[in-house]
Design a protein around this ligand. Structure first.
Ligand SMILES: Cc1ncc(COP(=O)(O)O)c(C=O)c1O
Length: 348
């Protein structure tokens, strides 16, 4: 039986073109810098993001953690939005690996105000740690795939640089943001000193992320990647799929956004579902099922019985994600299932 899988865009299957490219890939030992396919992917990534250099890493988490390691020293403090992936979903890697403390700032729809960030920066005082890094997330996962506008990124970046603090962007889904804003990704990346972006989410590659930044930063990051066990050898097999992801899979993300909108509009009309349409911008939909009187785990299991895989939760918050392997027809099937559950639980 085929399940409709709306748990995440990480579940996407690689395309036939990716499989063919992987089969044919020319490879070498990347730790010696001799894998031509990895080198090509890194050059492409640097060019697309308008940075001097790039590093192919195993995952978004490894890219973000390598960035934090490269920007900070033990005992520093870093500023993050309170629901940022780096803070909430990377196993406290910032504490464990970098030995830094997080100062969490509340955002609106995942976006921190410039003044709030500035207030969180530590002044010089013998009791205080040094504020060494500001991390942003665009699009913002937990907030529902919300997009930070370029002007706001610029304002944060300029303020950060007045304080001599670098900015790292968790751009796991930077191309979704770029499509929503109608700008090239490098326009967003411009207002960050380093950017991590994923190949293995909506872009459908099986593995990998890229970390981009200055030559000096990437040189440092390359050493930390080695320390973290990310120095792979004939990784051109993986990079080959990444090249296809960057050349063939970016523009189609618009389709995922349209599907997410159709799904969100349908959900908004179902009794017991509460959804803030302001946050429906890209391929992630967050909503509350409090009106259904069951928690997310129960709701997910009722969807599963109807052939749909969704991530549950112990409370009322739910998240659906659209991607290449979810068609418009699947969206209608999901809506029908949710409608059915709603009728069963709260009536017409
Ligand atoms: C915003 C964001 N950053 C980083 C990551 C981590 O990526 P990975 O799962 O490749 O480690 C994710 C994964 O979902 C994410 O949503």
């Amino acid at each position: 039986m085929r399940y409709i899988d709306i748990r995440s865009d990480t579940v996407t299957q690689p395309t036939q073109a990716m499989r063919d490219a992987m089969y044919r890939a020319e490879v070498g030992d990347d730790v010696y810098g001799e894998d031509p396919t990895v080198n090509k992917l890194e050059e492409m990534a640097a060019e697309i993001m308008g940075k001097e250099a790039a590093l192919f890493v195993t995952s978004g988490t490894q890219g973000n953690q390598t960035a934090v390691l490269s920007h900070t020293n033990r005992g520093d403090e870093i500023i993050l939005e309170e629901t940022a992936h780096i803070f909430t979903h990377e196993v406290a890697g910032t504490a464990f690996l970098s030995g830094v403390q997080v100062k969490a700032v509340r955002g609106h729809n995942g976006i921190m105000q410039v003044e709030d960030i500035e207030k969180a920066i530590r002044p010089e005082n013998i009791h205080y740690p040094k504020t060494a890094l500001i991390c942003l997330e665009n699009t913002h996962n937990r907030a529902g795939g919300t997009v930070t506008p370029v002007e706001h990124m610029r304002d944060i970046y300029e303020m950060a640089h007045r304080h001599n603090i670098p900015v790292h962007l968790d751009g796991a889904r930077i191309f979704n943001a770029a499509i929503y804003l109608g700008v090239p990704a490098k326009e967003i990346a411009r207002y960050a000193d380093s950017v991590q972006f994923c190949l293995s989410k909506g872009l459908c590659a099986p593995v990998g992320s890229l970390l981009v930044g200055s030559e000096d930063f990437i040189k440092k990051a390359r050493k930390y990647r080695k320390m973290l066990g990310g120095g792979l050898r004939q990784s051109g097999f993986l990079a080959a799929a990444g090249i296809v992801a960057l050349t063939e899979m970016v523009d189609r993300l618009a389709e995922d956004h349209e599907n997410a909108r159709v799904l969100a509009e349908g959900l908004a009309n179902i009794k017991g579902i509460d959804i803030n349409m302001e946050t429906v911008q890209t391929n992630i939909i967050v909503f509350s099922i409090e009106g259904l009187g069951i928690n997310g785990d129960r709701f997910a299991s009722m969807l599963y019985d109807r052939g749909i895989k969704a991530n549950g939760s112990p409370d009322y918050g739910m998240r659906f994600v659209t991607h290449k392997d979810v068609t418009r027809e699947d969206i209608q099937t999901v809506l029908k299932a949710v409608q059915e559950i709603s009728r069963e639980l709260v009536g017409i």
